[in-house]
Design a protein around this ligand. Structure first.
Ligand SMILES: Cc1cc2nc3c(=O)[nH]c(=O)nc-3n(C[C@H](O)[C@H](O)[C@H](O)COP(=O)(O)O)c2cc1C
Length: 418
């Protein structure tokens, strides 16, 4: 575990609620994974969404509407005719008010009914009645999932524009291993963000983000690195995805889960990162270099493990090329300047020397900011001379502020932005 992961519990800037003002209809069906649907409902509620849960009759054999009502602080739709009789919310207005309808977990049975256009309960009727995006997270035994009929049904739904997240391979409730396992809730939430952001102001743009601290080998078992956790770059990658961008994340080794829907390229050294960035930016609109790239590498790394000997050991370090300065192409360039002194002055020098459009100056001497932290306190300096000093903010919020500026840069460069 990252030693700084516990910092979330510390008092700090308030976490953002990225799903505020969104209504999510969450259909839960009769799968053994239904309890994970309860966790999903809770997490979506914590992100600020209004979560309208619709449970099939069979789902209620696994978990109760009482639990879901308590987690979402909303009435739960568990009986179509009861709700209609009492003039409560119906499938038609549920489908219409939803920003997205998510069926998680989805049984083979509900997938078959949806593929056939059958509406015989509140959930199937809601999906039939909605014009909003529909996301399905299947969960079933591998044999049911691999069955031709299920595969055909999934294919038909995909053809009609329904999105799927998972299932993944892994341990199944039966004790077997195989495909059919319910996707991780983090990925389902990532998929929801991605779908809701499809028409965002980076829609159709190709953005390359780098993250983490490169590792420069000394010998086969040792390396030189730095304190970068990768959190800032990962937050930017997820935030760009949530604005509709097609994101490639080039990352040095980090202990963070890959954001769903982002193409990940894993590298170790600065030289490898350079190559990966050059390849990824060949068709990119923007490059955001949040990685802490080593300035030096060991001139000749030992082929075998260096033995301990008396006296000192001297390592000769050779400079690495500066990726932002050397990588060719006509795309927006955003750099980072982590400084412990003369922050603005040094950042401005970098901005000019590397001919960047924007630089994010990061005072690493500030408390609870920068490396490893969930928060960051940065100053944004634009090529045009604009300086924006931001307070201590969660990295996800900083990511959005950086992307606001990137959007302006792209506009200035003549890109059409929605
Ligand atoms: C213990 C148990 C676990 C089940 N788990 C699943 C499952 O994970 N996926 C699935 O497709 N069906 C599963 N089923 C079968 C469904 O519950 C059954 O097809 C039911 O009719 C689904 O109804 P619904 O799709 O309306 O919720 C399970 C049944 C039982 C008894």
């Amino acid at each position: 575990m990252d030693k700084n992961e516990g910092s979330q519990s510390k008092a700090g800037p308030e976490s953002p609620k990225p799903l505020e003002n969104k209504t999510i209809v969450l259909g839960i069906t009769g799968s053994i994974a239904a309890y994970k649907g309860a966790d999903l409902a809770s997490r979506l509620t914590q992100e600020g969404a209004v979560v309208e849960v619709v449970m099939t009759k069979e789902a209620q054999e696994f978990i109760t509407p009482v639990a879901l009502g308590a987690l979402t602080r909303r009435p739960v739709v568990s009986d179509m005719f009861h709700h209609a009789a009492s003039h409560q919310i119906t499938h038609v207005n549920l489908g219409q008010k939803a920003d997205i309808v998510v069926v998680a977990p989805a049984t083979a049975n509900i997938i078959a009914k949806l593929a056939a256009g059958i509406g015989d309960d509140e959930l199937t009727c809601t999906v039939l009645a909605t014009q909003s995006p529909v996301l399905i997270a299947p969960a079933m035994h591998a044999a049911m999932y691999l069955n031709r009929v299920t595969q055909d049904n999934i294919g038909r739904l995909k053809e009609r524009g329904v999105s799927f997240v998972g299932p993944v391979e892994g341990r199944l409730a039966s004790g077997h291993f195989g495909p059919g396992r319910f996707a991780e809730n983090t990925d389902i939430i990532g998929a929801i963000h991605q779908i809701l952001g499809r028409k965002g102001n980076l829609a159709g743009k190709r953005i390359v983000v780098t993250a983490g601290g490169t590792q420069e080998p000394i010998d086969p078992v040792r390396y030189i690195t730095n304190r970068s956790s990768g959190k800032m770059g990962f937050a930017i990658a997820a935030a760009a995805r949530d604005r509709g961008a097609e994101v490639t994340l080039v990352t040095a080794p980090v202990s963070l889960a890959a954001p769903y829907g982002v193409k990940i390229v894993r590298v170790n050294t600065a030289a490898e990162m350079f190559e990966a960035v050059a390849a990824a930016t060949a068709s990119a609109d923007g490059l955001i270099m949040a990685a802490a790239v080593a300035d030096y590498h060991v001139a000749s790394a030992a082929a075998n493990k260096i033995k301990r000997e008396r006296g000192t050991l001297t390592l000769e370090l050779a400079p690495n090329p500066d990726i932002l300065e050397s990588v060719k192409g006509d795309f927006a360039r955003v750099g980072f300047a982590a400084e412990s002194e003369n922050l603005i002055e040094n950042a401005r020098k970098k901005l000019e020397k590397k001919r960047l459009d924007l630089i994010v100056a990061n005072d690493i001497s500030a408390t609870d900011s920068g490396f490893g932290s969930d928060n960051n306190r940065v100053t944004l300096l634009s090529a045009g001379g604009k300086v924006e000093d931001l307070p201590l903010l969660p990295k996800s919020v900083v990511a959005d502020r950086i992307l606001d500026r990137l959007v302006s840069v792209l506009r200035e460069k003549g890109h059409s932005i929605h």
